[in-house]
Ligand binder design. Structure first.
Ligand SMILES: [Fe+2]
Ligand SMILES: [Fe+2]
Length: 213
């Protein structure tokens, strides 16, 4: 990675704080409740940095064009800006912003990465849209690379089919315009913080709806 693409060092990264110190076990089988209280305390600090870490990862897409006319961060910002300006709600806009965040880690299944990040926080409809946007986006180019552009047809009938088709048609596929003025990433951070403030679904949710850590 070029030096100018590295995120600037933070003066103090609270995500590594351990308010009660560290546990001392060597295996989970000999960990005590006191050990786990230390981990829970540290994790509650760590969780507060979730959005910051996502922003850091989005910034990895900067300068990464992969042959496209604009880089992957600009494409993400443009997709989200188009959705925002069309009056879509915050959850949808955050999905639009993150839909390609997996491009660097999931070269052969990038929608799964975004879907995994968003899954605790978004509706079934938005989750399905993010999870499946790749095959819907394929309608616009797969015939150019030896694939079936109509592959999405096998998903027709799903309640979110048209919803996802609209996402790609209106916001994703047109978001490669080098002359478009996107909103800056900072403008989306408060939206991410609100949408991701508390998980709706998680294996770490207690019956009362609070997270265990
Ligand atoms: Fe994508
Ligand atoms: Fe995209």
């Amino acid at each position: 990675m070029a030096d100018d693409l590295k995120a600037p060092p933070k003066p103090h990264d609270a995500s590594h704080e351990e308010p009660m110190g560290r546990a001392t076990f060597t295996a989970f089988t000999n960990a005590t409740e006191e050990d786990w209280q230390k981990i829970v305390a540290a994790n509650s600090v760590f969780a507060k940095g979730h959005v910051d870490r996502i922003v850091t990862h989005l910034n990895l897409l900067k300068g990464d064009c992969g042959g496209f006319p604009i880089d992957r961060l600009e494409h993400s910002l443009q997709t989200a800006t188009r959705a925002f300006k069309a009056g879509m709600d915050e959850e949808y806009v955050v999905c639009a912003l993150l839909h390609d965040i997996g491009d660097t880690l999931g070269v052969f299944n990038h929608p799964d990465i975004a879907a995994a990040i968003l899954k605790p926080f978004v509706s079934e409809q938005n989750l399905w849209m993010v999870e499946n946007h790749g095959i819907f986006q394929g309608y616009y180019f797969w015939h150019h690379i030896g694939l079936d552009r109509d592959a999405r047809e096998k998903l027709r009938g799903h309640p979110a089919f048209e919803y996802t088709a609209q996402f790609c048609h209106l916001y994703d596929q047109p978001a490669f315009d080098g002359a478009y003025e996107s909103m800056p990433l900072d403008a989306f951070v408060p939206m991410m913080q609100r949408v991701m403030a508390k998980p709706k679904k998680s294996m770490y949710l207690k019956k009362q709806g609070e997270v265990a850590w």
